[in-house]
Design a protein around this ligand. Structure first.
Ligand SMILES: [Zn+2]
Length: 414
């Protein structure tokens, strides 16, 4: 029989619960629930109770909870969720970055051996174990920054065998980090150069041969595709997504990054999320607002490429949800600091503190189809982070410089 372990954390100067907030639409800071002098009672991996420290204290004491007494000021918030990363990769693309900043075009970089294909080459060379190790290292860096749930895409393998290697590496990496890794199959990243056939033939091979193995090995239940002029067209992807849906996979789309089109595909297939959207116009914004697909902004890609941000303000004002992911990848978003990126997005897009924090907590969890995390309330996973400050607004104000000094993942101190 499993023993019950209680832990009581407090008193916490401010606990921002992120509870009882709408999934969609603009949010005002006044709507944020802040519990002053809060206590959080954990029961194993879940939050058992949250409220006033002194209200819960007698119960915590009587059940013999382990007491975590905080002697200085802290702000507690739910563990951060990064709903979009590509952290399973080998190699660096520092050369691409330098060439891009020196004014070289996408095509010139690709011709000199850069671009996604360079990451594919490096990643294919790495063993499964090496990839797992690299992925776990990056996940652990994220975890230290308070990111307790991390989505990780494949997409640098681009053959049945190499995509399998990546997804098995992500699964293996999950054993070397206390963070939760949520794998996504992005075999539809680009058509690999060494595939003899067109876009649709490549996708057919992947869906015929890879999809059944993903199911039988339980490697992922999410299928993503890059809809873009340089990758796959809306027409190319129809059969692929139909097959994925028929097998029960959740759909995700890299949409409207440079050209519009992808977000409509996402909505047509009832995708969990449409990610990027830098090029979305009023039309896409309005339709996204009327759908259940969650828009995901990826400010790290804008900062890496030196292009404009996702129209986050317009999306929220139109009534859409908004999650914010890091897009951490070796090409366009090498920084991988989600809190910094989300804070800066807030500055440029005029987002309230609450909108920024919602985008990296419960709204990001919803983009992954997860309802057991993203807020501090009883029954939720005990994914809790504590910042050494007395005012929650310092978190975005310091633009990512302020890091949490304590992280709990599923009730365990990391
Ligand atoms: Zn991406």
């Amino acid at each position: 029989m499993k023993t019950i372990q209680y832990t009581f954390i407090g008193p916490i100067r401010q606990a921002i619960t992120m509870a009882n907030l709408p999934l969609k639409g603009a949010l005002r800071d006044e709507d944020l629930e802040i519990i002053q002098e809060a206590g959080i009672l954990l029961k194993n991996d879940k939050i058992h109770q949250i409220g006033s420290y002194w209200d819960i204290f007698p119960e915590a004491q009587s059940i013999g909870a382990e007491m975590v007494n905080l002697k200085t000021d802290f702000v507690a918030m739910p563990g951060i969720v990064d709903c979009h990363t590509h952290i399973c990769f080998a190699g660096s693309r520092a050369q691409d970055y330098a060439m891009r900043n020196a004014g070289k075009s996408y095509l010139e970089i690709a011709k000199s051996g850069g671009g996604i294909w360079e990451s594919v080459t490096q990643t294919r060379k790495a063993s499964l174990e090496k990839l797992a190790q690299l992925t776990a290292q990056r996940a652990n860096r994220h975890l230290k920054d308070g990111i307790t749930t991390i989505e990780v895409k494949s997409g640098y393998g681009l053959s049945v065998e190499e995509e399998l290697k990546m997804l098995r590496a992500i699964q293996l990496a999950g054993e070397s980090t206390e963070g939760d890794l949520i794998a996504t199959c992005l075999a539809a990243h680009i058509r690999p150069r060494d595939f003899e056939g067109n876009q649709r033939e490549y996708l057919k091979k992947i869906s015929d041969e890879l999809f059944p193995i993903l199911k039988s090995e339980n490697l992922t239940n999410r299928v993503d595709a890059f809809i873009e002029d340089t990758a796959f067209s809306a027409e190319d992807i129809q059969n692929y997504f139909e097959k994925a849906k028929a097998l029960g996979f959740d759909i995700v789309v890299h949409a409207d990054q440079f050209h519009v089109g992808g977000s409509q595909v996402a909505m047509d297939f009832g995708a969990m999320s449409a990610d990027h959207l830098e090029a979305s116009t009023e039309k896409e914004i309005a339709t996204l607002a009327n759908s259940d697909t969650i828009p995901v902004a990826l400010p790290g890609a804008s900062l890496g490429l030196g292009v404009g941000f996702t129209p986050a303000r317009k999306l929220l004002d139109a009534g859409a949800s908004l999650a914010i992911g890091s897009d951490w990848n070796p090409g366009s978003a090498p920084m991988g600091d989600l809190l910094m990126q989300a804070s800066v997005l807030g500055t440029f897009q005029k987002l309230s503190n609450l909108e920024v924090l919602a985008g990296i907590t419960f709204r990001a969890a919803a983009a992954l189809g997860l309802t057991d995390r993203g807020s501090l309330s009883s029954g939720q996973l005990a994914d809790i982070i504590l910042f050494p400050t007395a005012d929650y607004r310092e978190i975005t104000y310091q633009q990512g410089r302020l890091k949490p000094s304590m992280v709990w993942k599923r009730g365990e101190r990391v």
